[in-house]
Design a protein around this ligand. Structure first.
Ligand SMILES: [Mg+2]
Length: 393
């Protein structure tokens, strides 16, 4: 009986996948080897099907790496049923185990997985959040993520985005922890804090995943104390990403919640950090870990361990759209990350994201990811944008 029914559901076959790197307006990463206009660090994915439905996703990596991964995986996905995101993504993971799991391939599969969920939503007329199990909420607060500056310019940045309606902010990277100057670090935090709106939130990201992060546990403990005095809501990447034991110690001691996990991929990598209670807040990135299918498993496991989930969302409008659908589908999500002033978030959609009077974002309830790319806008940044939309023309 079940077999007969599944035969009756028409398949939507994958006919091709396009990787489209974004160039020219990447927001500064604050990395010691800073992003150049000729670098791509985010890549859009388009999955084409024989039903005329195109699904879109986003990958955090260089477009050349994403394109190579998409080409390598082609024999596994061509002809596959696009209406089965979790099964198809699992097939890609299982069959690329020996080819660099956890790296470029996993990042690329993330974008494919997001696009497959988008297709399933478009084919069924349902928003992805509904397909993931239901919508716990219709809106969520975005926190504006910006690079740290010297205290004067830092205050100006907070004012600029506060005036755009943001009520929560994360400042990070830049000079923080990199000048061996605790007074400067504190002055930056105080300058940002002073410009928060009434009841606003401030988070601090040390950026311990930068190349050659110079500080260790003692610095992190001292800095956490300072941040607690300034009522910071969390302390992110206070240590190098793999310092599991030190994260456990820091979390046990710190008065400020400790967060991390943005550079890890695959749910298996998160397990020891959750089991050993290394984080108060875990921050997987849907465009790296394996997509929506993997991210929801990580978030649900975190929930079982009493660890908060706030997705890392330093990506694109499609990455944010995926984060919003997860924010709807998971219990207890109260924030999404929103890169301040990124053309790849604000400048790609037909209807750009807008904040309501309370500084919240509505979670799209249209089919799929619920957002529409504007081909002309995408073409400003993606040299091969036409290939992405070829099927829709
Ligand atoms: Mg971060």
């Amino acid at each position: 009986m079940i077999e007969e029914r599944s035969q009756a559901i028409p398949k939507v076959r994958i006919t091709g996948i396009v990787a489209a790197p974004l160039f020219g307006d990447s927001p500064p990463g604050g990395w010691s080897n800073e992003i150049q206009p000729t670098d791509s660090v985010h890549t859009l994915i388009a999955v084409h099907t024989d039903a005329g439905i195109t699904g879109f996703g986003s990958v955090f990596t260089d477009g050349r790496l994403a394109a190579a991964a998409v080409a390598h995986l082609a024999p596994l996905y061509l002809g596959e049923n696009a209406l089965e995101p979790e099964r198809v993504s699992e097939k890609l993971h299982q069959n690329s185990f020996w080819m660099g799991r956890g790296g470029t391939l996993t990042h690329a599969i993330s974008g494919i997985d997001i696009a497959l969920w988008d297709i399933l939503g478009k084919a069924t007329g349902l928003p992805v959040g509904m397909l993931l199990g239901g919508r716990h909420r219709e809106k969520v607060q975005p926190y504006c993520s910006v690079l740290m500056e010297e205290p004067g310019p830092m205050a100006e940045v907070i004012v600029r985005f506060r005036e755009q309606g943001f009520r929560a902010f994360k400042i990070g990277w830049g000079p923080f922890g990199r000048r061996d100057d605790p007074k400067l670090d504190e002055a930056i935090v105080a300058a940002a804090r002073a410009e928060l709106p009434e009841g606003g939130k401030l988070m601090v990201d040390a950026g311990g995943s930068d190349a050659y992060w110079p500080n260790g546990l003692k610095w992190a403990l001292r800095t956490a104390d300072m941040l607690a005095d300034h009522e910071v809501s969390w302390f992110e990447e206070a240590l190098v990403p793999d310092a599991l034991e030190d994260f456990v110690t820091l979390r046990q001691t710190s008065r400020v919640p400790i967060s991390g996990g943005e550079v890890m991929t695959r749910r298996q990598a998160f397990l020891p950090f959750l089991v050993q209670r290394a984080f108060d807040i875990v921050q997987p990135d849907v465009t790296k870990v394996g997509g929506l299918s993997e991210q929801r498993r990580i978030a649900r496991t975190a929930q079982d361990f009493g660890v908060r989930y706030v997705g890392h969302g330093w990506n694109t409008a499609l990455g944010l759209a995926a984060d919003l659908q997860l924010a709807a589908a998971l219990p207890n999500v109260d924030l999404v990350e929103y890169i301040g002033g990124s053309a790849y978030v604000d400048g790609l959609l037909t209807d750009p994201f807008t904040l309501d009077a309370d500084g919240n974002l509505s979670i799209p309830d249209r089919p799929g990811l619920g957002v529409t790319l504007d081909p002309e806008k995408v073409a400003r940044y993606a040299p091969n944008a036409a290939q992405m939309f070829a099927q829709e023309a």
